[in-house]
Design a protein around this ligand. Structure first.
Ligand SMILES: NC(=O)CC[C@H](N)C(=O)O
Length: 357
């Protein structure tokens, strides 16, 4: 029988549940995701490094874990919190249960939690730290907050995927495999490079375009790389996704701030400013680019969030640089905005300024 365990929040609130996965107590920032499916993709998205995910959908694990939908080789999240964990999955592609996967990968979790009530608490008080423990501690001490998890999740050496097409440098802040898959499907040669790669190294790889990936944590946590980002992106056509979008904004003088409880789910509506068209997007972020701060930069907003009006995309007013806060690669989520990968590759093909630089 599963042992009892507790989620203890920074506020002192305690939630009792059934322990699942790895047996070591853990701590992290407690965030919630509203997606109804896609727990495997969510759990393996490196952007969740250091965070515990509360799944709003009441049951997870019911279709098991397959060997197709991983977004990274290993999960980096700090824990999983769910209403019910299905221990007997049923799906023709399933190779193991979620419970076993978490156990093998060293990720702890709690099931049997009233996630609806927990989400209401987070919505009201904002994302906060939490611990998963076997016994309620008499006093709460928190581990040192790391400045950024990006150095942990990023590759340490460049990796090239050879193909005949345009050469895209994917700067890895914790990229989801689906981003690489889209680029490869479109025929690109892709080199994944470490997050702190210098301008000279990028130039030496003779890129046709740059993709700035998603990734974990506060974008200000890696502000040391902003001058390189500025130099690289003002030289080559660039597209930024999520953390990549936030870093781009910071590199050109805009500011970012933390949302109360973030946007994490597969049905976030965004509106294209010019056409008025609405797209349903997959999202996973806790920070936003401050709209007013874009006024002092060469960027103009291109998309905004229908729910809270926050900036969801921007483009440079003269150079071929654009970015989005949401995830056009989706996975999990709707493919409404996958056209963005095609548009970017077309732009790379038409662009002359990289080759003349
Ligand atoms: N998915 C991402 O790239 C997340 C970006 C950033 N870590 C945030 O939470 O806002």
């Amino acid at each position: 029988m599963a042992s009892k365990g507790y989620l203890v929040l920074e506020t002192g609130e305690v939630w009792e549940g059934k322990w699942m996965g790895d047996k070591r107590p853990t701590e992290g920032e407690v965030v919630f995701n509203t997606s109804m499916t896609g727990y495997q993709e969510i759990i393996t998205d490196p952007s969740y490094a250091g965070q515990m995910i509360v799944f709003c959908y009441p049951l997870i694990g019911n279709y098991g874990i397959n060997d197709i939908d991983f977004e990274s080789c290993v999960p980096h999240l700090a824990g999983v919190i769910t209403g019910e964990d299905c221990e007997a999955p049923s799906h023709f592609q399933s190779i193991q249960s979620l419970h076993h996967y978490l156990e093998h990968q060293g990720v702890a979790g709690l099931s049997g939690i009233d996630t609806r009530a927990l989400v209401k608490t987070i919505r009201k008080q904002g994302t906060m730290k939490g611990k998963l423990v076997f016994e309620i501690p008499s006093s709460l001490e928190w581990g040192k907050t790391e400045p950024s998890h990006v150095p942990v999740v990023s590759v340490t050496q460049p990796i090239t995927y050879e193909q005949e097409g345009p050469h895209i440098i994917l700067i890895d802040f914790g990229y989801k495999k689906s981003i690489l898959d889209y680029l490869l499907k479109l025929g690109c040669k892709v080199t994944v490079v470490p997050y702190n790669t210098s301008f000279d190294t990028v130039k030496g790889l003779k890129p046709d375009g740059i993709m700035l990936s998603n990734g974990p944590g506060n974008p200000e946590g890696i502000s040391n790389i902003l001058p390189a980002i500025q130099q690289i992106t003002s030289t080559y056509p660039t597209f930024g996704i999520c953390l990549g979008h936030q870093l781009l904004a910071l590199a050109y003088g805009a500011t970012t701030s933390k949302l109360t409880y973030g946007h994490r789910g597969a049905n976030h509506p965004v509106q294209h400013v010019d056409s008025g068209k609405v797209y349903i997007t997959s999202q996973n972020h806790g920070y936003e680019v401050n709209k007013t701060s874009l006024k002092n930069t060469p960027f103009i907003p291109t998309y905004h969030n229908i729910n809270d009006g926050s900036v969801e995309g921007m483009k440079h007013h003269t150079l071929p640089i654009a970015s989005v806060q949401f995830h056009p690669e989706a996975h999990a989520g709707p493919s409404d905005t996958e056209f963005m990968f095609r548009d970017f590759i077309e732009l790379v093909g038409e662009s002359t300024y990289a080759t003349t630089s």
